[in-house]
Design a protein around this ligand. Structure first.
Ligand code: SAM
Length: 235
């Protein structure tokens, strides 16, 4: 879901309620993503975390329950999402800073450095040029040895943006069976207007161009519609 409610959505509350239902039904594989990250999290034991487009921090809060970081900075364009995030950070007694901002504006205007930067189901809303800038800025905000953890919707290889969106909507229509007609309609409007997924190879090339020397594909789910990357190699 985008920073602002899609047209027709009844305010941020309705956006959050629909997205919560999607998470609870595990339609976007949040559970598997958190599991796939658990080992790296415990191994790295990252102290300083930046969560961009944090939403209600479903995955990040699962990781924080395993081992709390020393500080988490949570950035989102939605104040209601940040309120949910705040509750989850408080529940693990971690220091939190909650910033209501566009994520690129935050990265451009702040100097902090982090062990892990997490961006979940968020940068597919950026244009290709903005994604290039996102990788460059994220790299600049990572401490030596840090990781950019990216899980997101991707475009199947060889498909145009519009074909990818149509294919994604067809999948939702057939597989997200618990959604009501109204919820499906609102999701459709949002995706048609706001989703610009890239091919996985394009994301890797952007990261490499930004100076990430290493990458791991930690998982892919839902017939490769959703992928989890960890970009590393920051000297
Ligand atoms: C689909 S939700 C993902 C939430 C969470 N990261 C997750 O993995 O479930 C996308 C979140 O990103 C936020 N968002 C989208 N575009 C943004 C932007 N340009 N700047 C800041 N937040 C943004 C939305 O408000 C929303 O909370």
């Amino acid at each position: 879901m985008g920073a602002e409610p899609a047209p027709g959505l009844n305010g941020p509350g309705e956006t959050l309620t629909i997205y919560r239902k999607v998470i609870d039904r595990n339609y976007m594989s949040h559970r598997q993503i958190a599991e796939a990250l658990g080992g790296c999290w415990l191994q790295d034991s990252p102290g300083r975390i930046l969560d961009l487009g944090c939403g209600d921090m479903e995955v990040t809060s699962a990781l924080m329950r395993k081992a709390p970081p020393s500080i988490v900075v949570a950035v989102d364009g939605s104040s209601s999402a940040l309120e949910e995030a705040r509750k989850r950070v408080e529940a693990v007694s971690t220091d939190g800073r909650f910033v209501n901002s566009d994520l690129l504006a935050f990265l451009r205007g702040n100097e902090g450095e982090f062990d892990w930067i997490i961006a979940g189901f968020t940068i597919h809303h950026l244009t290709a040029e903005e994604k290039v800038e996102f990788f460059a800025l994220a790299r600049r905000h990572l401490l030596s040895g840090g990781s950019l953890v990216l899980f997101d919707c991707v475009r199947p290889v060889g498909m145009s943006r519009d074909e990818a969106v149509t294919s994604y909507l067809d999948w939702i229509e057939s597989d997200w069976t618990a959604m009501t007609d109204r919820e499906n309609e609102l999701i459709r409007e949002h995706i048609e207007e706001s989703d610009y997924p890239e091919e996985p190879g394009t994301l890797r090339a952007m990261a490499e161009e930004a100076g990430f020397a290493g990458w791991d594909l930690l998982g892919s789910w839902n017939e490769d519609r959703h992928v989890l990357f960890r970009f590393t190699g920051v000297a």
